[in-house]
Design a protein around this ligand. Structure first.
Ligand SMILES: Cc1cc2nc3c(=O)[nH]c(=O)nc-3n(C[C@H](O)[C@H](O)[C@H](O)COP(=O)(O)O)c2cc1C
Length: 181
């Protein structure tokens, strides 16, 4: 089990070269269905998503993610999940006294995104989280309201080369790291 998870998290990578193979809407629903189980503060689940997976809708979505000629690789992405934050919040009673309902939203959405990318990878679909989002344009384009500043682009990777991860070492992450005797 641990090995499977290890493999999944090491093989998940930001994909910047998608193939033109389309993704069925049903498959995207499966991914979101899995991501619903992400943890959130007071189980607030402050997320809702807007999905595009057709060429016309994807082109409109891309237009909100490529300002200043950024993220050109998205031209081949086959689906997008725009995460609206602070939506549908269900707070446990009493918790708002200690924390305003917005206090943990960024963490919660981060958890949700992690689940989305891993659930996608588990189904052979690659992803790239996109922070370069023009939220106002997004709302205007799809007649939505609310706050979205993060989108996951999805597609089947063109090649299956797994890049070496460039990450801090364990001792750089654990403040009180102890060397083995
Ligand atoms: C919040 C967030 C925003 C990101 N925005 C972008 C983006 O706009 N464009 C892009 O190409 N990658 C984006 N990325 C992907 C990161 O660059 C990538 O995850 C990081 O370099 C680590 O590489 P890996 O995901 O391949 O392990 C974003 C990632 C996160 C978590």
């Amino acid at each position: 089990m641990a090995e499977l998870f290890e493999k999944l998290i090491k093989e998940r990578q930001a994909c910047r070269s998608f193939s033109v193979k389309p993704i069925e809407r049903e498959l995207i629903y499966e991914i979101v269905d899995a991501a619903r189980f992400a943890p959130s503060a007071c189980n607030s689940q402050p997320w809702r998503v807007y999905i595009t997976c057709t060429p016309t809708e994807n082109a409109k979505m891309r237009n909100c993610l490529q300002d200043d000629a950024k993220n050109a690789f998205l031209d081949d992405a086959q689906a997008f999940i725009a995460v609206y934050k602070g939506e549908n919040v269900t707070l446990n009673k009493g918790t708002e006294k200690r924390f305003p309902s917005s206090h943990f939203i960024e963490y919660d959405v981060g958890e949700f995104m992690a689940y989305v990318t891993l659930a996608a990878k588990d189904r052979g679909i690659d992803s790239c989280i996109i922070g370069w989002v023009n939220g106002d344009k997004l709302n205007e384009t799809f007649s939505l309201s609310g706050k979205c500043d993060i989108v996951v682009a999805l597609g089947y990777a063109k090649e299956d080369n797994i890049r070496t991860k460039n990450r801090k070492s364990l001792r750089d992450v654990i403040i009180n790291y102890e060397e083995k005797e």
